[in-house]
Ligand binder design. Structure first.
Ligand SMILES: *Cc1c(COP(=O)(O)O)cnc(C)c1O
Length: 435
C-alpha cells in the first residue's frame, strides 16, 4: 500500500491515502507526498479505450486495496465522464483540450474525482464535512460543481464581490444542492483570511471543517491521467510514437505540472516539460538559477488570472519529489507578458483558426519560444486549460471578433441563483456557518 508523509516531516510518519485526502495539508504545514510512485506498465494507458478506463487501470496501482476495484471503477467512470481530445494544430504541435468538463476548465478533473473519493471514505466512516473555499477563479466553480449533491458534504464558497468576471460569478452563484455562495464585500485576500480564521476559531471547532484547495493529493492524482491519455491518443489517433514527446503546461500554483511529473515517474517518457508562466515569474527564475536570490514575490494581476500566483505552493512538493538538479534537467521555463499572450492568441487564430483562452495562449507562446531557442522538433502537447468562452472580453478584444459561445456557459443564465452578501469578517462567516 502506498503511504503518504509530509514534505516537512523528518521522521516520515506515514498516513493512508484516506487520511492524506481528508487532512489536505499536514499539521506541520507541509504537503503530503507518496512514499513511492508506482511504476506502471505503459500498456495500462496505451491500450486504454477511454479516459475512465485508463484512470481505473492506472489509479488502482495507487489506491488498491484502500479502495476496492469495483468502487474505484464507479467513482472514476462517474467523475471523468466528459471528453478530453488531443487536437492537432500543426505537424508536430498538439493541444490537449482539458475544458470539456461541466465548468469548462481542467479543475473539473481534480475536483470531481476528489469529491467522490472523499464521499467514499466519509460514508464508510459515517462522517460529514463542511468544505470552505475562498476563490477568485476556476477552482470555486469546479469545487462547487464537483461536490454538489454529495450527501455527506456541504460546500461554502467565498468570493470577492465585484472582483470576478460576470461568467465566473454566474458559475459560482447558480443554485446547487449542498452549496452556499457568499459574496464578500472585500478582496480575495479577505476571503482567504476569513477561511483561515474559521479553521482556528474556537467557536467553530465543533464543525467538521475541511478544505479542497489545489495542494490536496486527491486533486493531483487525477491530473496525472490526462498526460497518459495524451500519449495514448498520440499513438492511437495520430500514428506517432508515444515514446517521444514534450508537454507545455500553463502554470500558476504548479499543481498541473506536479500531475505531469507523477505521469513521468509512473513510466511515461517525457523529454521536456515546459513551464509556461505569465508575469508571475518565480518558477522560471528558479529554473534559471535566479530564484534563490529573489524567492517568492507578491502576486501580479494578468489576463491569465487563474495563473496569478507569486508563491506557488506545489513548489515544495516538486522540490521534494525531484530535487533541484532533476528539476532543472526536466523543466524549461519562461514568463509571458499580457501583450505577448494576446499576440499569440491572434497568431494562433490566424495560423490555425484555433481559439485559445488566455492561459492556453501563454502556453502556446512558451512552446514557440522553446522551439525557436532549442530547435527541438519533438511532438509537443500544450495543455488547453480553459474554454475560451470563459474569457469573452479578452478573446473578443484581442481578436476583434464576437465573443465565443458555449452551450453549458450560456445555460447558466437560465438557472436560479443563490448568494448571500456578507461583510469581510470572521463574525459574518460564523453567522452563516452556525445559522
Ligand atoms: C488553475 C489554472 C491554471 C494553473 O494551474 P496550476 O495547477 O495552478 O499550475 C492554468 N489555467 C487555468 C485555466 C486554470 O484554471
Amino acid at each position: 500500500m502506498i503511504q503518504y508523509y509530509s514534505t516537512r516531516d523528518p521522521h516520515r510518519a506515514p498516513l493512508s491515502f484516506e487520511d492524506a485526502l481528508l487532512k489536505g495539508l499536514a499539521p506541520d504545514g507541509g504537503l503530503y507526498v507518496p512514499d513511492r510512485v508506482p511504476t506502471v506498465d505503459s500498456a495500462n494507458w496505451l491500450s486504454a479505450r477511454s479516459l475512465p478506463e485508463l484512470a481505473v487501470s492506472v489509479l488502482r496501482h495507487w489506491l488498491e486495496p484502500e479502495i476496492p476495484l469495483a468502487e474505484l471503477e464507479a467513482i472514476l467512470h462517474d467523475a471523468l465522464d466528459f471528453p478530453c481530445p488531443l487536437v492537432r494544430l500543426g505537424d508536430d504541435l498538439f493541444v490537449l483540450e482539458l475544458f470539456h468538463g461541466p465548468t469548462r476548465s481542467f479543475k473539473d478533473f481534480g475536483a470531481r474525482t476528489m469529491a467522490r473519493l472523499m464521499q467514499h471514505f466519509l460514508r464508510r466512516r459515517g462522517e460529514r464535512r463542511v468544505i470552505l473555499v475562498a476563490t477568485s477563479g476556476d477552482t470555486g466553480s469546479a469545487v462547487a460543481d464537483g461536490f454538489a449533491g454529495q450527501d455527506n458534504i456541504e460546500v461554502v464558497l467565498l468570493y470577492p464581490l465585484g472582483k470576478v468576471s460576470d461568467v465566473q460569478e454566474r458559475q459560482l452563484i447558480v443554485r446547487r444542492p449542498g452549496v452556499r455562495a457568499l459574496a464578500v464585500r472585500g478582496s480575495f485576500d479577505d476571503c482567504q483570511r476569513m477561511v483561515k480564521e474559521a479553521f482556528v476559531d474556537p467557536e467553530l471547532a465543533h464543525l467538521p471543517l475541511s478544505s479542497a484547495n489545489s495542494i490536496n493529493i486527491g486533486r493531483l492524482l487525477p491530473q496525472a491521467l490526462y498526460y497518459l491519455w495524451a500519449a495514448q491518443q498520440l499513438a492511437a489517433e495520430h500514428g506517432l510514437s508515444p515514446q517521444r514527446l514534450n508537454f507545455c503546461v500553463p502554470s500558476g500554483n504548479l499543481g498541473n505540472l506536479t500531475g505531469g511529473v507523477f505521469a513521468a515517474l509512473m513510466g511515461q517518457p517525457v523529454q521536456r516539460f515546459l513551464a509556461a508562466h505569465n508575469a508571475n515569474h518565480f518558477f522560471p527564475d528558479f529554473l534559471a538559477g535566479k530564484a534563490e536570490a529573489y524567492g517568492f514575490h507578491p502576486t501580479i494581476a494578468t489576463v491569465s488570472n487563474a495563473m496569478d500566483v507569486g508563491s506557488p505552493s506545489n513548489f515544495e512538493r516538486l522540490l521534494h519529489l525531484l530535487g533541484p538538479e532533476r528539476m532543472r534537467a526536466w523543466f524549461w521555463g519562461t514568463t509571458v507578458s499580457d501583450e505577448a499572450t494576446l499576440e499569440r492568441m491572434r497568431e494562433t487564430h490566424r495560423a490555425y483558426g484555433y481559439l485559445a483562452c488566455p492561459h492556453t495562449s501563454v502556453g502556446l507562446e512558451a512552446q514557440a519560444r522553446y522551439r525557436a531557442e532549442t530547435g527541438d522538433r519533438t511532438p509537443l502537447v500544450t495543455l488547453a486549460c480553459a474554454h475560451p468562452a470563459k474569457f469573452p472580453e479578452a478573446v473578443s478584444s484581442a481578436l476583434g471578433i464576437p465573443a465565443p459561445k458555449d452551450g453549458a456557459l450560456e445555460a447558466l443564465w437560465q438557472r436560479e441563483t443563490q448568494v448571500t452578501t456578507v461583510e469581510p469578517s470572521l463574525q459574518a462567516l460564523r453567522q452563516v456557518l452556525l445559522g
